[in-house]
Design a protein around this ligand. Sequence first.
Ligand SMILES: Cc1cc2nc3c(=O)[nH]c(=O)nc-3n(C[C@H](O)[C@H](O)[C@H](O)COP(=O)(O)OP(=O)(O)OC[C@H]3O[C@@H](n4cnc5c(N)ncnc54)[C@H](O)[C@@H]3O)c2cc1C
Length: 430
Amino acid sequence: MHDDLYPSTAPLDTSEHQAFRATVRRFVKDEVMPHHAQWEREGQVPKALWRRAGELGLLCLTVPEAYGGAGVDFGYSAIVVEEMARAGATGPLFYLHSDIVAPYLVHHGSEAQKQQWLPRMASGEVIAAIGMTEPGAGSDLAAIRTHAAPRGGGWRINGQKLFISNGQIADLLLLAAKTDPSRGAKGVSLLLVDTTLKGFSRGKRLDKLGMHAQDTSELFFTDLDVGADALLGEEGAGFKAMMNELPQERLLVAITAVATMEAAVQWAREHVMQRQAFGAPLSDKQTVRHRLVDCHANTLVARSFLNDCLRRHLAGTLDTATASVAKFWCTEMQFKVLDECLQLFGGYGYMREYPIARAWVDARVQRIYGGTTEIMKEIVARGLLKGGGVTRGTVQYSPGPPDPRAAGTPQDQLASRAYAASRAAAGPKA
Ligand SMILES: Cc1cc2nc3c(=O)[nH]c(=O)nc-3n(C[C@H](O)[C@H](O)[C@H](O)COP(=O)(O)OP(=O)(O)OC[C@H]3O[C@@H](n4cnc5c(N)ncnc54)[C@H](O)[C@@H]3O)c2cc1C
């Protein structure tokens, strides 16, 4: 890999970050990639890998030290994601556990819930998954039907989840369920489900197009009883919590996208410089050179935008709309760049033993999970078309053109002030 091609990941460049990156890279090279093909055949990664990652301090990095985490900034999480993505290690979905599920516990969990789950998540003893999607509801999360009915001071859960990553190996499931089916989104609550409980069962590991070492699964809940202490946050506040946590999930998918693009351009660059055709390296042909330059330019632009998002996220100012742009734009670009790079490999690009082939197949889901491209565009459109303008980072409320009544009679001026107040109360919404 030519680090000189994409040397800087600006917000992640301190010497501590660099030393950490070297540790992650060694782990991925020595302990993940030599076994990944076998895990792809088996359809999942062994739990022992998670414990090893825990031992090395690679899990739950942003979780406070009091709960077993490293208590460091999100930049360290981004480094784990980047190193896994560059190597094509799509089986162990550490970020879902460390940077999607763990933050829900940190931000919404009780002290007892944090103590119960986070230290064991940080050590890799407990593997976490998140269950939102159902056969009848994916993009439209408010339409989920899994029901948690009040019972004996706790909850009785019935329902089904689909496409759940880490589904076969998860010890803890963060479950979105309706506690009040009559209230739509406001009836959605989050529950912490211990997967050893009676009433929980795993369906089959799903046969996917790519990410063959990822144990994406169906899950079933049949009269599964949990105590009152399984409720995460307030009853009915699950949808709001999900909306708050989803921007980081989207950023994580964008980080994967850009890191994979960087790797793909490097693989393609090496290939076209070595591969001979018509008596010269492929890299001598102008269309080949230009195709590679287009991929490189798109990757540089994506990296620059991503770094900007990372900086904002580290400063706590990344808004939902910008995270959504990062998610859809970077993943759409990832697919285009990977396809172009694969083309440069000719027939070799279609062979699974070549990383570009696996990366191309694995990339397809990036435009779907974590919120589809279309849903991301809807989120952005909501801010863009609602009297406000989307500026570089924020969906901003714009006062709009001056109201002509402001310069008229006293009644006009009163009406104008009421109008301005109502507009201010309406925005902003991301
Ligand atoms: C490999 C994999 C892993 C996953 N992991 C998880 C997981 O761990 N946990 C989890 O909860 N879920 C997971 N998912 C589910 C994933 O988040 C959903 O598949 C995704 O959100 C889309 O939902 P859907 O499949 O029901 O598609 P649908 O919602 O049925 O959408 C179908 C199509 O219609 C479009 N569409 C829908 N609504 C609109 C609209 N309003 N306007 C325009 N277009 C629209 C969509 O963009 C899409 O193109 C995973 C999925 C996959 C494939």
